[in-house]
Design a binder for this molecule. Structure first.
Ligand code: C5P
Length: 285
């Protein structure tokens, strides 16, 4: 799709990768979702969403994962635009460009981050405060991770993961994200959760809580994508690693490092051993 833009205004909004430093699944809920306790953090890198006012709506997708997602109208950025327009009585149409740098269905936000970036850009353009309850309501309808991505900073999530309390972040801790390029369905992973409540996240500093925490979806994700175990083993063997864990419902796993040099050495070693794996050397806050 393409459309003529009618305005020189271009809104560029980063859609950083989301990480779950810990993800404790506490219970199945009657609405089909699961009650969670999760520590959200955000990478410095991710997708990028660009909006320009236009005569009609359009979506073009670029970047390394453009082919994997296509430009179909069901994309979460298109749904985010439609939901924002309805909620705030806006008529304006937009040409949306999505630079898809993060793998699809990979446990690091992806579509949720893109939808949240769309909402942030539109809120800026239309004078809607980031604390406007209607914006949060729109985000919740779009997906359980969208409110966290809209907030875009470290937070403890409860409920579906969408009741948020901001926390101290990791202050740009060097991190390496690795994905085997196998799509994993979030719903399928949650459906395989064994139903055992292994306990709360507790209280304390973010890193201490992450170190003491778990990702309760890891066994279920491994059953669907056995590569997850190999990713975690490969990350765990690297020098300078503070923590390795799967994010979200997988299959992306991450490692936190003492410093940028050990992260970069790990990135080079893993790239040499597993050239088919996707990886992102970044920092997490
Ligand atoms: O909200 P979203 O569409 O991103 O969630 C995708 C799927 O993940 C849901 O349909 C549900 O199966 C599962 N999920 C869950 N509990 C959560 C979040 C997601 O069961 N707290």
């Amino acid at each position: 799709m393409s459309a003529t833009t009618i305005d020189t205004i271009v809104l560029v909004e980063p859609a950083p990768a989301k990480l779950n430093l810990a993800l404790h699944v506490r219970a199945r809920r009657a609405d089909g979702y699961h009650a969670l306790e999760t520590l959200f953090a955000f990478a410095r890198d991710g997708d990028v969403v660009t909006l320009a006012p236009a005569e009609r709506d359009s979506l073009s997708v670029t970047g390394p994962f453009a082919a994997a997602i296509g430009d179909d109208a069901d994309n979460l950025v298109v749904r985010a635009l439609a939901a924002f327009r309805t909620a705030f009585g806006v008529d304006e149409c937009y040409a949306i460009s999505l630079d898809k740098r993060l793998p699809i269905a990979s446990g690091i936000g992806g579509g949720s981050a893109d939808a949240a970036a769309t909402l942030r850009a539109l809120a800026r353009r239309h004078g809607v405060g980031r604390d406007d309850a209607r914006l949060d309501a729109v985000a919740r309808v779009l997906g359980a991770d969208v409110p966290a991505c809209l907030l875009g900073r470290a937070a403890l999530g409860t409920g579906r993961g969408d009741d948020l309390v901001p926390t101290a972040g990791l202050d740009d801790c060097p991190a390496l994200l690795v994905n085997p390029l196998e799509k994993v369905s979030t719903a399928a992973v949650f459906a395989r959760w064994d139903g055992v409540d292994r306990g709360a996240i507790g209280e304390g500093g973010t890193l201490a809580l992450a170190l003491a925490g778990r990702n309760d979806l890891q066994p279920a994700a491994e059953a669907i994508a056995p590569a997850v175990r190999h990713l975690l083993e490969a990350l765990g063997q690297q020098a300078g690693v503070i923590l390795t864990r799967m994010s979200g419902s997988g299959a992306t796993c991450f490692a936190l490092f003492d410093d940028g040099a050990t992260r970069d050495a790990a990135a080079a070693a893993i790239a040499a051993q597993h050239p088919a794996w996707w990886q992102l050397a970044t920092a997490v806050a």
